[in-house]
Design a protein. Structure first.
Length: 378
């Protein structure tokens, strides 16, 4: 799929404070699953590109439908087999893809089945031990934790929001958003949290001034935007290039604000972590080695991005690499409590238990720090 590039001219936004926002009145009490009627109301555009129109449906086993077959080197004899997931089709998860495709997992004695499982299906599979570890948003784990899930956050590949707020040409200022429909993934999704944190800073009340539709992942939100079912959504390259080539424009660039967030969090069940400490360390080591490979090898990384995103336009791949590998991806995937701030503030409006979650018991940065001490990825 070829995509043309239109340079972004992000509008400056006076957004300096980091904080929560009131959830829309229609938001459910638990962020576990989106209402079917809301998702159905945003119909994809018939003219949307294949990557945008494709649905990220979870697979029962093996690679997810629509995801590329992995082709890394054969796993060494005696390698530990585990299943891992990423929660949406986004270059946010390039590190996991490279760890698989470049044979880094295999080198470290892991035979990892990498699956695309869109949340809440991914978190559900994690809790059912259908997959053992995965990358998804901080917000995706907080709701289940309040219901007794023993989930632990180990690292993050996105310490700030990797989004631009793309809107229709009719939206010239934040005031034009009033009365309009905006697209988000699901209640509790990382982009949902980001949207609720952003709108009040634009003097927009998300519970009164706009109608938030639960549309789905990035491809589904792109399709809904291009189809005219919504006037704005949060997204990132390469989707921004496609969207802007159709006459849409970025109203706010959240990524440039460097607000603490964690939209790509390595998560597993505490009991599994405790029973498989060496395996978890090898997995974290592999991600840190993959980070180093991503940052040092543009050509190979763009090849893997293109494979998973089904993208072959060099300009789009360059822009995607520049955004995720050079701007978003940290050298060390440290996880801190302040990265959960917006998620806690936002989700606690509809689930009061979230406010009482002890983040010190949820966050375990020890595996990353162990890898740092040993010079992994250097």
């Amino acid at each position: 799929m070829n995509r043309s590039f239109v340079p972004s001219l992000l509008l400056a936004a006076a957004l300096t404070a980091c904080g929560g926002a009131a959830a829309p009145a229609s938001a459910p009490s638990s962020p576990a699953s989106p209402p079917a009627t809301a998702a159905a109301s945003a119909k994809p555009a018939a003219s949307a590109p294949s990557s945008a129109a494709a649905s990220a449906k979870p697979a029962a086993s093996g690679s997810a439908a629509g995801a590329p077959a992995v082709s890394g080197p054969p796993a060494p004899s005696g390698a530990v087999k585990i299943s891992s997931f990423y929660s949406t089709l986004s270059a946010t998860f390039t590190v996991m893809w490279v760890a698989k495709e470049a044979g880094i997992f295999q080198k470290n004695g892991l035979d990892v089945d990498v699956q695309l499982l869109q949340n809440p299906a991914g978190t559900t599979a994690l809790l059912a031990n259908q997959v053992q570890i995965g990358l998804s948003g901080a917000a995706d784990m907080l709701g289940p934790v309040t219901s007794g899930a023993d989930l632990q956050a180990l690292a993050t590949t996105t310490p700030t929001y990797p989004y631009a707020f793309e809107v229709a040409s009719s939206i010239k200022s934040p005031a034009d958003l009033k009365g309009q429909k905006l697209g988000v993934s699901q209640p509790g999704g990382s982009d949902y949290v980001a949207m609720l944190a952003m709108l009040p800073k634009l003097q927009i009340d998300p519970s009164k001034d706009v109608n938030l539709l639960f549309v789905g992942g990035i491809p589904q939100r792109t399709a809904a935007l291009l189809g005219g079912n919504i006037v704005g959504t949060l997204t990132s390259p390469p989707e921004t290039l496609l969207i802007e080539s159709k006459g849409y424009h970025p109203l706010v660039g959240l990524a440039s604000l460097n607000l603490p967030a964690a939209t790509g969090v390595l998560t597993a069940q505490k009991a599994w972590i405790q029973a498989n400490h060496p395996i978890v360390q090898k997995y974290v080591d592999s991600l840190m080695e993959a980070i180093a490979r991503v940052k040092s090898d543009r050509s190979y990384t763009e090849q893997i991005m293109g494979k998973y995103l089904k993208l072959d336009d060099k300009t789009s791949l360059d822009a995607t690499y520049d955004f995720f590998a050079l701007k978003m991806l940290p050298d060390v995937p440290d996880l801190t409590a302040d990265q959960f701030h917006d998620a806690v503030e936002t989700l606690s409006k509809s689930n009061a238990k979230v406010a009482s979650v002890d983040l010190s018991s949820v966050i375990d940065d020890s595996f990353v720090q162990d890898a740092v001490k040993r010079g992994v990825g250097k």
